[in-house]
Design a binder for this molecule. Structure first.
Ligand code: ADP
Ligand code: MG
Length: 524
């Protein structure tokens, strides 16, 4: 074969093989293999800045990088190189334009011909161009991955922010954050911990990539978690690496040993509230920006907690107001009953005794005492009626059904009452229903011009349900008085819902639903 045709053919084959490489390092490896083959060299290598990039022909780990690098271009084929197992060889080298400062070196027993030297330069150029192209692609891929990663992070933050904005309960926000953060950071375990007084803490949410978590939400003394304890002291983000013997065990099924972890503090209104901790089972240390990525989430968590705190305080103060008003009413009723009422009763008895002693001829005095006695009786009746309005004794004694019946009996507008429940309900529910009906019947009498009021009370699936419907003028407007607003406060404080429908000309319908079980609002 013609010499130049031979080198063209070799170069074409070289291009074909090297261009199939997927990474820079793979291209370098293929390049040295093909170069050694084409030039029948005993060794070939690409070195750069004291580092070996790829080599063939040397025993594993025994590539003499420094010697190869000293095979300067321009003095091609003029350096000696001792190759183990071959002997004294002649080295030739050609510079690579990429990576900067890299050199392609070959060595064999005899010198390269001029033709071969030319071919080697050509191969060096092709290898450099291919490697540069792959490195640009690599950069581009990394940039694309970074953008995708940011987009994923933004999406996760947006999901959590939406939850927070809609006022979702903090428990739900915690669970979502634990899962989102875990997935985003490629972690094996995430845990949200809330600090309690007296060096204790409680897990409020946990997530595991490997399987179901065994729940463990009881308060625990702080020392149990090293990372959390450390953050409790420093108030700063911290990271930890664990050896085989001291690595924490996550009680998931199957259990996982954590090898490294990163935690950041959750600060609410200037106070250290808790920690988000993320753990990995692998040996690789977590990326350096993990702390700052976590911090974005802790801010949302803090907002959720602060919001819920404000809500909780509002609800609690509302319940307190309603409860203390009820308590005052109860006390006044008792005072009236035990005080004024008893005294009037005993005065009435004394009067009776006095009446009995009046001589028959004193008819005028007898008539006067009769009048006083009559006044006294009606004063007593009035007092009793008043006391009943202040706090319904019948409610405490007989329960909701008889109390509602009494209200219906006394109503100025006729009432059709249907009671679908029996027995006692929680006091909170009975008292609330009583006051709602009392106000609704008073409104019907005062404002509605109705001919009848339909009242229905039921308990369905753990909920008490009361509906009051009149056939009057409608047009009730809570903004025009204080009664309906007071009812809303009372019902909501008791954990219930009230609706008022009152289209003008179509009567008024008032409905409340009250859960029989009601957990007073707590921190989260
Ligand atoms: N059943 C009803 N039918 C017609 N109008 C009503 C009825 N209930 C209430 N309203 C109207 O709505 C207003 C607000 O009612 P409420 O809050 O109970 O205040 P109040 O009874 O002290 O006026 C009333 O002033 C009245 O104009
Ligand atoms: Mg009213």
């Amino acid at each position: 074969m013609d010499v130049s045709a031979w080198s063209t053919q070799q170069l074409a084959e070289f291009v074909a093989v090297v261009s199939t490489a997927r990474s820079e390092i793979a291209a370098a490896r293929v390049a040295v293999e093909r170069t050694a083959e084409a030039l029948d060299a005993d060794v070939a290598a690409i070195v750069c800045g004291g580092e070996l990039i790829a080599a063939v022909g040397f025993p594993e780990g025994a590539t003499p990088v420094a010697e190869l690098e000293s095979a300067r271009p321009g003095v091609a084929s003029s350096q000696e190189l001792v190759v183990p197992g071959v002997g004294r060889c002649v080295a030739a080298s050609a510079p690579l334009e990429h990576p900067p400062g890299a050199t392609l070196v070959v060595a064999r027993l005899d010198e390269l011909t001029a033709e071969e030297t030319g071919l080697m330069r050509g191969m060096a150029r092709v290898a450099a161009i291919t490697m540069r192209m792959l490195s640009v692609l690599d950069d581009e891929r990394a940039a694309r991955e970074e953008i995708e990663r940011l987009a994923r992070e933004q999406a996760a933050l947006r999901r959590v922010a939406t939850l927070v904005a809609t006022g979702a309960p903090p428990k739900e926000v915690f669970a979502t954050v634990a899962a989102e953060v875990g997935q985003l950071l490629g972690a094996d375990f995430t845990e949200l911990t809330h600090f309690l007084p007296n060096q204790a803490a409680t897990v409020v949410a946990a997530w595991s990539a490997t399987g179901e978590l065994v729940p463990m939400f009881d308060p625990v003394a702080l020392g149990a978690w090293k990372l959390t304890t450390l953050i409790h002291e420093t108030h700063r983000p911290e990271r930890m690496e664990y050896g085989e013997d001291n690595s924490p065990l996550v009680t998931s099924a199957p259990p996982v040993r954590i090898r490294s972890s990163v935690g950041v503090p959750i600060v609410v209104a200037g106070h250290l509230w808790g920690v988000i901790a993320v753990g990995w089972a692998g040996d690789k240390p977590p990326p350096p920006d993990t702390e700052s990525r976590l911090a974005d989430f802790t801010e949302l968590v803090a907002t959720a907690i602060a919001n819920a705190g404000a809500q909780t305080e509002l609800k609690a103060s509302r319940s307190r107001i309603v409860a203390s008003a009820d308590e005052t009413r109860r006390r006044i009723e008792r005072d009236l009953h035990d005080g004024a009422q008893q005294r009037l009763v005993s005065v009435a008895l004394q009067l009776k005794a006095a009446q009995a002693t009046v001589p028959t001829e004193h008819t005028e005095l007898a008539a006067m005492l009769d009048t006083v006695s009559g006044e006294l009786t009606s004063a007593l009746d009035e007092l009793r009626e008043m006391a009943r309005g202040i706090h319904p004794t019948i409610l405490a004694e007989g329960g909701l059904a008889p109390a509602l019946k009494a209200l219906a009996r006394r109503s100025a507008v006729p009432v059709e009452l249907r009671v679908g429940m029996s027995g006692r309900l929680p006091e909170r529910v009975e008292v609330t229903a009583y006051y709602v009906l009392s106000e609704a019947l008073t409104n019907a009498a005062k404002h509605s011009d109705a001919s009848v009021v339909h009242v229905q009370v039921d308990t369905v699936d753990g909920v008490m349900w009361l509906s009051v419907r009149d056939d009057g003028t409608g047009g009730a407007n809570p903004a025009r008085g204080s009664g309906l607003v007071g009812l809303r406060d009372r019902v909501e404080a008791a954990g219930g819902v009230i609706t008022v429908q009152s289209p003008p000309g179509h009567g008024t319908r008032l409905e409340i639903r009250l859960p029989l079980e009601h957990e007073p609002p707590d921190g989260f």
